[in-house]
Design a protein around this ligand. Structure first.
Ligand code: SF4
Length: 366
């Protein structure tokens, strides 16, 4: 079995951003202490399962709100409980909670990859998104992280906020590409049900589908012109070695173990999640879990996720997952010559043009 990834969901934020549907509560030092104890209990319980892991990912929420001692304590517990082999250890950080001291301490604790919530270089867009930082703060966080010694830095970028046109995206990319970053994740702003952004008024102020498509195309061509590798629909790496090893596990159906409320797992042949309930997570001896899907169609999942990657779907692996490789190839061949996908021997992958219409294209291919 491939080495597993360990995902730790840190469910705290200083304030809720109005577009965000991730599970998090307002930060308090007491709740964070109790939460860290519960995380360590759950990780320690993995000790008798002989698990090898090669990635650890602190996601959220806002993991950078944890003290460096708390991050260090969690990582020490991971090291004692699983075999950690040449690990990539990522921590998501919001610019407002990055300090030089924390950066140094995170590095010392073993964190070797920082993912900064940059989002935009336009302060009006950041305000619209309800972010607490401004663009100068985000740039400063990236520069300080490199100076502290981080050799792998990623930034998140949001496409489609109010006022974003090609010119403003260009300005953000100019800033980002002038910074010492190695990876970029670009997400389209999606209005999630039940969030404060879920209103006709906000929808009318954000980018429509055509604008989003133009922004995405511009992003792809700028990153390609800068020599970056577009290895997944939403992800770019300065070089292959800077791809997110942890997130690649999700797209390749490799095993991962999620700890914390709302964290999902795919491990030991079972897909499950811990419900969105911080109190229940803190109070339980071991985190409660619910089975997501007792018999997922692995072949279908492999096609849906594999086509997000530029490496695409390998027919041999599809067969291993019980898929009908011949039928898949027949469907793929219908699109040969459209410029939407390429067929290279045993491999089918989407082109950038295909990425743009990936939802409908993948539905045709599954
Ligand atoms: S976008 Fe990030 S910082 Fe904002 S509420 Fe969501 S998890 Fe918290």
């Amino acid at each position: 079995m491939s080495a597993a990834g360990i995902y730790i969901h840190v469910p705290f934020c200083l304030r809720k951003c109005p577009y965000c549907a991730f599970y998090s509560r307002i930060y308090s030092t007491e709740a964070a202490e109790e939460y860290v104890r519960a995380v360590c209990r759950n990780i320690a319980a993995l000790a008798d399962r002989d698990i090898t892991a090669d990635t650890v990912y602190f996601g959220g929420g806002t993991p950078s709100l944890l003290t460096s001692e708390q991050v260090g304590h969690i990582l020490d517990t991971v090291r004692k409980s699983v075999h950690l082999a040449d690990p990539e250890i990522t921590l998501e950080a919001n610019p407002t909670s990055v300090t030089e001291e924390k950066l140094r301490d995170w590095l010392e604790a073993g964190v070797n990859r920082l993912s900064v919530g940059f989002q935009s270089a336009d302060d009006e867009q950041l305000k619209f998104l309800g972010r607490l930082h401004d663009s100068a703060g985000a740039e400063n966080a990236v520069i300080k992280a490199r100076e502290a010694g981080f050799r792998s830095i990623s930034c998140d970028l949001i496409l489609g906020s109010e006022g974003q046109d090609i010119g403003s995206l260009d300005r953000t990319l100019d800033r980002l590409l002038s910074l010492p970053i190695d990876h970029l994740s670009a997400y389209m702003l999606k209005i999630e049900e039940g969030t404060p952004f879920d209103s006709a008024e906000i929808r009318s102020r954000t980018a429509d589908d055509d604008t989003l498509a133009d922004l995405y195309e511009r992003l792809c061509s700028r990153m390609s012109a800068a020599g970056w590798e577009h290895y997944e629909i939403s992800n770019f790496a300065r070089e292959r070695s800077y791809r997110s090893r942890h997130n690649t596990k999700y797209w390749r159906l490799d095993p991962y173990i999620g700890i914390g409320p709302s964290a999902h797992s795919d491990f030991g042949g079972r897909r499950y999640y811990c419900p969105d309930d911080l109190s229940a997570f803190i109070e339980a001896d071991l985190q409660p879990t619910e089975t997501e899907d007792s018999s997922p169609d692995r072949a279908e999942e492999y096609v849906m996720l594999g086509l997000r990657l530029s490496e695409g779907v390998d027919l041999g692996r599809l067969t291993e997952y019980g898929g009908d490789a011949e039928a898949f190839m027949r469907r793929a061949k219908r699109f040969a010559g459209t410029g939407l996908l390429t067929i290279d021997g045993e491999r089918v992958s989407l082109t950038e043009k295909g990425f743009l219409v990936s939802n409908s294209l993948i539905a045709e291919l599954v």
